[in-house]
Design a protein around this ligand. Structure first.
Ligand code: ADP
Ligand code: MG
Length: 676
């Protein structure tokens, strides 16, 4: 028996069980060994009912009486009387009616849960229950609990793993010994033994540390190696022409911030090198990233190369095309736009221009990565709002050039440093840490749904002063089953009552592209006073005259999403306001209080990371693919340790291929995150 043996051949696993495992993606012995427990239950400290104390507690008892009753729709409460030789207590479960069948046997169980004051009495709430007779050996008091697999009990998983124990004991090491010893880590076999057959909670902690370290080390090593490989690629040489850039800057209606100058200079220097640029331009909402990309595109066009700018929405693509056309056309640089709504003859003509070099700068959506789009000489690729794209989409655009083009990814979602290392480890980073002069901090207020009338007066005063407003709802159409606000209903309501005398626009994702475009243009021209919109305006949209944004049911949005939405205002010298209306008058969430308090995207990203984990911060597509089992990207200390080791591994010139398993895992991550 080895790691590749199919599970069905293991003692105690029949064909049917084997099939059920296979359905869950667990086919071999090795798969099951890597199937790590979801949590561990600590049964090592057993209280008696007479001396149990409030808090997390475990008792050994049997069930004397158990009943389930429906309380209201969607809630069934099961209550049981549990008894040991010292007394009785009550346990309660919410929506776990199966406890009745489980506990009726009269056997002894270990119950582990929160002993707390509830419904006027002390109770054990939602305890887990383990048959005492299922406990493998007397000393194993900490039990692994596995993610449930349809039709397979956790006890069976434990039994099969017990069969595999001798094999786990002999598992070879995957990390270099030097790292194990300098980081004082458990060996791979020790760690897996501790996860599946733990002696104590402390054991599990050490096992987690080892396995998480390994995952992070692989990830960071992959990005170090990618960086090395990128450095070997040949890119286009695009020389810096001072007069060209100076001319561009002179024509701008404002002067660049020093952060913008610094970033542009970093990029321009990269373009002069022989290796292709891989750079992330990170700047909070409204910091002026577009003009930096425009400046570089101008230099690139002057050298005879094309620029492709990819944006996540049609609205944003068409706004960028307008902005850049204004800046670049006077300099003799042509700008084209390619989205799903450019059709027929116009599309064919644009394809031709892209292919024969008739257009210098092409702005577009995903439409840019289609097969039919063939560039004449693509030198520079900009990915705006890069967290909205998957790695694969970036690849496809970069592939459209003979040599690797220079790449600039832009994002307004600030990434805490720890994350930047893991996910964007192979990118250089430029930061716009400064807003254009004269911007006033946006005033943000949580607003009770009961005082909408007062809020509408404030908005009306802003409109009277010549400004404009956004009103954001999460739904498009009304849903009779709930109270959540929809753009269609709100649009109608505002138009018919509070804002009869104002021009109200409606925008959402179900409109046709040209309808969206028309509404957006009207709003940008000032022909609409209040734009009632869904989150289609969440990223990038730039209408500086808008100074108020109202977000209905604000608690339904994530922190970074709220920050992005708020970033639609505060884009001019006028004081701007953001009102967050809660769905109920209940206490506002921690998220809302955080955003009310701070305008600082970096601070909010850190809070978000703590509250929700990293998935939301750097885009689902990428996070999902990374598939970290144990490590969390919030663990900055462990990331720093793994980073140090990955760096010295590369620097020491050790041969990765010497570590077969490590090499395979690292290559997997390399493929996942590489840009070429
Ligand atoms: P973001 O970084 O969020 O993409 P944009 O590029 O959309 O920001 O710029 C926000 C607004 O600020 C735009 O209206 C842009 O014209 C303006 N802007 C950019 N740079 C400056 C500057 N240096 N001074 C004044 N306004 C600027
Ligand atoms: Mg932008």
């Amino acid at each position: 028996m080895n790691l590749t043996t199919t599970l069905a051949k293991v003692k105690g696993v029949g064909l049917k069980t084997g099939e059920q495992f296979a359905l869950a993606g667990i086919e071999t012995v090795g798969d099951l060994i890597s199937f790590l427990p979801r949590v561990h239950e600590d049964f090592s400290h057993i209280a008696t009912i007479s001396n149990i104390k409030p808090g997390k507690a475990t008792i050994r008892a049997r069930c004397e009486k158990i009943t389930t009753r429906p309380v209201r729709r969607g809630l069934r409460i099961t209550t049981a009387t549990l008894a040991d030789s010292t007394g009785k207590l009550q346990a309660v479960w919410f929506n776990q009616p199966y406890r009745e069948t489980q506990l009726k046997s009269g056997e002894d169980f270990f119950f582990s849960g929160e002993f707390e004051f509830n419904y006027n009495r002390y109770q054990l709430t939602n305890p887990s229950a383990e048959r005492v007779s299922n406990m493998p050996v007397q000393t194993d008091r900490v039990l692994p609990v596995y993610r449930s697999i349809k039709g397979l009990k956790t006890t069976l998983v434990r039994k099969i793993l017990a069969e595999l124990r001798p094999l786990i004991t002999m598992l070879p090491e995957t990390l270099p010994d030097s790292i194990i010893s300098s980081e004082k880590l458990l060996s791979r076999s020790q760690a897996l033994l501790a996860m599946h057959f733990p002696d104590s909670m402390a054991d599990i902690e050490r096992a987690r540390e080892r396995l998480a370290f390994e995952e992070l080390f692989q990830l960071l090593l992959a990005s170090q190696l990618n960086r090395q490989e990128n450095a070997k690629l040949t890119g286009w040489h695009i020389p810096f022409e001072q007069p060209v850039v100076a001319d561009f800057v002179k024509r701008l209606p404002f002067s660049l911030t020093s952060a913008q100058r610094r970033a542009a200079w970093e990029i321009i220097q990269d373009l002069e090198r022989k290796t292709p640029m891989n750079r992330l331009l990170q700047g909070d909402v409204g910091s002026g990233k577009t003009v930096v990309a425009g400046l570089v595109a101008c230099q690139v066009a002057h050298a005879g190369f094309q620029t492709a700018i990819m944006a996540p929405t049609e609205i944003l693509a068409s706004q960028h095309a307008d902005t850049l056309d204004k800046l670049l056309r006077p300099l003799g640089i042509s700008v084209g736009i390619l989205t799903g709504s450019v059709k027929g003859v116009a599309r064919k003509k644009l394809y031709e221009q892209i292919t024969n070099g008739g257009v210098d700068v092409i702005v577009g959506t995903h439409a840019l990565i289609q097969e039919a789009v063939k560039f004449h000489k693509l030198g520079f690729v900009v990915i705006d709002e890069q967290h909205r794209f998957g790695v694969e989409q970036r690849h496809q655009l970069l592939k459209k050039s003979k040599y690797m083009p220079h790449m600039l990814a832009m994002t307004a979602t600030p990434i805490p440093r720890s994350l930047a290392l893991t996910v964007y480890g192979e990118l250089d980073v430029s930061i716009l840490d400064e807003l254009p002069a004269g911007r006033k901090p946006i005033m943000t207020k949580i607003w009770s749904p009961n005082s909408r009338a007062q809020l509408y007066e404030k908005i009306d005063a802003e409109i009277e002063a010549g400004r404009q407003a956004y009103l954001i709802c999460s739904l498009i159409e009304e849903n009779p089953d709930n109270e959540i606000k929809s753009v269609q209903a709100e649009h109608k309501k505002l138009q018919n009552s509070a804002f009869k005398h104002r021009r109200i626009g409606l925008l959402h994702g179900k409109l046709k592209a040209d309808e969206k475009d028309a509404v957006m243009r009207q709003f940008a021209m000032g022909d609409i006073d209040i734009l009632v919109s869904t989150t289609v305006v969440e990223v990038g949209v730039d209408v500086p005259n808008a100074t108020v944004i109202v977000i209905e049911d604000a608690d339904r949005f994530g922190l970074s999403q709220l920050h992005q939405l708020r970033g639609r205002v505060g884009r001019s010298i006028y004081q701007s306001y953001c009102y967050l209306i809660t769905s109920t008058s209940a206490k506002p969430s921690e998220r809302l209080r955080a955003i009310e308090k701070s305008n600082d995207g970096f601070y909010l990203a850190e809070v978000d990371l703590k509250l929700r984990g990293p998935g939301e911060i750097y885009g689902k597509a990428q996070h999902g693919a990374l598939n970290l089992q144990i490590a969390t990207l919030a663990d900055t200390k462990l990331i720093a340790r793994a980073q140090k080791q990955a760096k010295s591994f590369v620097a020491s010139g050790m041969n990765l291929l010497q570590y077969k398993q490590l090499a395979a895992d690292v290559q997997y991550y390399q493929r996942l995150t590489t840009l070429n």
